[in-house]
Design a protein around this ligand. Structure first.
Ligand SMILES: CC(C)(COP(=O)(O)OP(=O)(O)OC[C@H]1O[C@@H](n2cnc3c(N)ncnc32)[C@H](O)[C@@H]1OP(=O)(O)O)[C@@H](O)C(=O)NCCC(=O)NCCS
Length: 115
């Protein structure tokens, strides 16, 4: 489920996608997001993640949203902390980024605490 993230002026600032939506006993999805470099630091990703999580738990009726970050991605970790995600592990060589398999921190947000 793809979205664009807009500025207050309606310009496209980035993208957020909920993918891998799995039903059955899992009721879970994965979330990914990015912003144009000149749109970072304004809280846009935090606002977009909040909206996507509410959508996932209310409209999609999912139980869980997961997200991953590179260990050094301080900004993304901060977005997830501010939106109620908890880190539950470290996945070795999880995604191929710029040609090499990188370790990632793995986070989840469960729908028992919509904020
Ligand atoms: C990660 C990303 C989505 C964050 O979006 P954002 O709208 O800038 O997030 P916020 O404005 O809410 O800022 C998040 C926090 O990170 C801090 N921050 C921003 N850039 C930073 C940097 N380069 N280094 C350290 N901290 C940084 C902000 O000051 C803010 O701190 P606070 O929570 O204490 O206020 C954006 O930087 C981005 O698109 N990065 C490239 C793609 C990417 O990493 N996507 C996520 C993959 S997991």
């Amino acid at each position: 489920m793809p979205w664009v993230i807009l500025t207050d002026d309606g310009e496209i600032a980035g993208r957020l996608t909920l993918s891998g939506i799995v039903r059955g006993p899992f009721q879970s999805c994965s979330m990914g997001y990015w912003l144009a470099e000149d749109q970072t630091g304004k809280g846009l990703a935090t606002e977009a993640v909040r909206a996507a999580v509410i959508f996932a738990f209310t409209k999609l009726e999912l139980h869980r949203v997961q997200a991953e970050t590179l260990i050094e991605n301080v900004a993304s970790r901060s977005v997830l902390a501010k939106t109620g995600f908890e880190q539950y592990g470290l996945a070795p060589r999880y995604l191929k980024i710029a040609g090499s398999w990188k370790d990632h921190l793995v986070f989840q947000r469960l729908n028992d605490s919509v904020r």
